[in-house]
Design a protein around this ligand. Structure first.
Ligand SMILES: Nc1ncnc2c1ncn2[C@@H]1O[C@H](COP(=O)(O)OP(=O)(O)OP(=O)(O)O)[C@@H](O)[C@H]1O
Ligand SMILES: [Mg+2]
Length: 263
């Protein structure tokens, strides 16, 4: 279980990106984090694995407080947090297999990783994962020869081979077409259920979030303004999260169209 308590981030610039956020994510739960640009979604994900240092508050994963760990302890705990990014962050000139295996770098020793010598058990697991996401035939292809959807599947395998207990996912579908986006979201949710992983998925596409996850959290200016089921996410709630301006503009457009129709 992942627990955030009063998690706060104020950047050097004075931007209060995260404002005392309290959140529990139990094992096996996939939570979608929505909110307008600048709401603090990426900041929240990065504060959890301390790519960004929180200003105050705590993050606890399976009883271990991450926020008070030193560098050595943090490196070890980071293995338990798989990251998946919008831009995939694959090594282009390496093969699919090598990219997946790079997820084990936190485990194998320095020389082994320098020589890229992975234990057979890691290679076997990489094949199993690639098979699970439908890419086993592409194991020897170079990453730069893949489509966006295929690249994201590789990114998912690379995160899972770490054997994490939580997945942190930042805009996994932002570069993908609608159908591929659905396939990737479905895959993430299924894998989390199979492996009992907690996951936080930052996502701009509210409809996509509603389609696949059971819990949605809304952030606005660093503050949690909604926490509920997809069915609770009414138009009023969306107005609270995204603001009046967006919706009134939408309504205005409808009015204009009506006038055109009338004319
Ligand atoms: N490295 C940084 N230094 C200073 N301010 C930052 C930094 N990163 C983010 N911010 C600020 O913190 C706030 C939250 O940004 P964040 O990137 O977390 O938002 P987001 O919800 O992920 O937005 P988007 O949907 O556009 O990705 C913004 O006001 C942003 O300008
Ligand atoms: Mg972001």
């Amino acid at each position: 279980m992942l627990r955030l308590e009063k998690l706060t981030k104020v950047y050097k610039t004075g931007d209060k990106a995260l404002n005392a956020v309290d959140l529990d994510v139990p094992k096996g739960q996939v939570l979608a984090l929505i909110g307008p640009s600048g709401a603090g979604k990426s900041t929240m994900i990065r504060c959890i694995n301390r790519l960004v240092e929180p200003t105050s508050g705590t993050v606890t994963l399976d009883g271990v407080e991450l926020t008070s760990l030193g560098l050595g302890g943090l490196r070890k705990e980071r293995r338990r947090m798989g990251m998946i990014f919008q831009e995939y962050a694959l090594v282009e000139r390496l093969t699919v297999m090598e990219n997946v295996l790079s997820g084990r770098l936190g485990y194998v020793g320095f020389w082994r990783s320098f020589l890229r010598k992975y234990p057979q058990s890691d290679v076997d697991e990489a094949f199993r994962l690639l098979d699970r996401v439908g890419l086993v035939e592409m194991a020897d292809k170079r990453a730069d020869e893949l489509s966006g959807g295929q690249r994201q599947r590789v990114g998912i395998c690379r995160a899972l081979i770490q054997n994490p207990s939580v997945l942190l996912v930042d805009e996994p579908t932002a570069s993908l077409d609608p159908k591929t986006s659905r396939q990737i979201m479905r895959l993430i949710v299924e894998l989390c259920e199979e492996r009992e992983l907690a996951a936080i998925v930052n996502i701009h596409d509210v409809a996509l979030a509603q389609m696949f996850v059971s819990r949605i959290v809304g952030l606005k200016l660093g503050t949690m303004v909604f926490d509920g089921s997809p069915a609770d996410l009414t138009e009023d709630v969306l107005t609270t999260i995204y603001g009046d301006e967006d919706w009134s503009e939408t309504i205005q457009k409808v009015d204009e169209d009506d006038e055109v129709d009338a004319a």
